[in-house]
Design a protein around this ligand. Structure first.
Ligand code: NAP
Length: 176
């Protein structure tokens, strides 16, 4: 199972302008929700830009494997550590197959939009856990980057309003 986990605004933004860090605007409920999803998985997959902008990126306390998708793994050779931080330019299908063979059955895809689009186009995402914050940002990154031919159908599994302001937790299954 590969679950894409994101927090977005009502207009699909995952960042606010040039601020790369969603934790400056995501609700405390979302941040708690992310931690609970993390408990049920052993690996996080992300694009290199998301890795680059993550604060304290090389000192996570959760013990999970991070797999970073980059076209140039060599540029991360100083931070690469097997079973902790792995950097790969392998085809995405092979990345997932390799993780499954190593016992990582439940992975989280944690962005950003560029890498989300690539995994979705390959048909590798099975579920989407989306927090929608009741906000609109005039600019910022989109939850799925532009990628010609990307066309995915989903089925809503659950929808929960989690605070007074109206933050929503949505869970979808991808229709393959
Ligand atoms: N709100 C949220 O839930 C959330 C979640 C995650 C991220 N974010 C935000 O999203 C932003 C990053 O999103 P992003 O879309 O710019 O970056 P991204 O998806 O994290 O990473 C993009 C990078 O992936 C690498 N890459 C590997 N294979 C590629 C390929 N085939 N085609 C293109 N690129 C490839 C490229 O870097 P190389 O040069 O290394 O190849 C590219 O620059 C950050 O600001 C982050 O904070 C928000």
């Amino acid at each position: 199972m590969l679950t894409m986990v994101m927090v977005q605004t009502l207009n699909g933004r995952i960042t606010n302008g040039s601020d790369p860090n969603p934790s400056t605007w995501a609700s405390p409920e979302d941040q708690h929700h992310f931690q609970s999803l993390l408990k049920d998985s052993t690996v996080l997959i992300m694009g290199s830009t998301t890795f680059d902008v993550t604060p304290a990126k090389t000192q996570p306390k959760d013990g999970k494997l991070r797999v970073v998708i980059t076209r140039d793994p060599k540029k991360y050779s100083d931070v690469s550590q097997p079973e902790k931080f792995e950097f790969t330019d392998a085809p995405l299908k092979d990345v997932i197959k390799d993780l499954e063979q190593r016992g990582h059955k439940d992975a989280l895809l944690v962005g950003g939009g560029t890498i989300n689009a690539l995994f979705l186009k390959e048909g590798l995402v099975t579920h989407l856990s989306m927090t929608v914050e009741p906000k609109l940002f005039g600019n910022g990154q989109l939850v799925v980057g532009e990628l010609a031919g990307l066309d995915v159908n989903m089925k809503l599994l659950s929808c929960e309003k989690v605070n007074e302001q109206g933050t929503l937790f949505l869970r979808y299954e991808v229709i393959q």
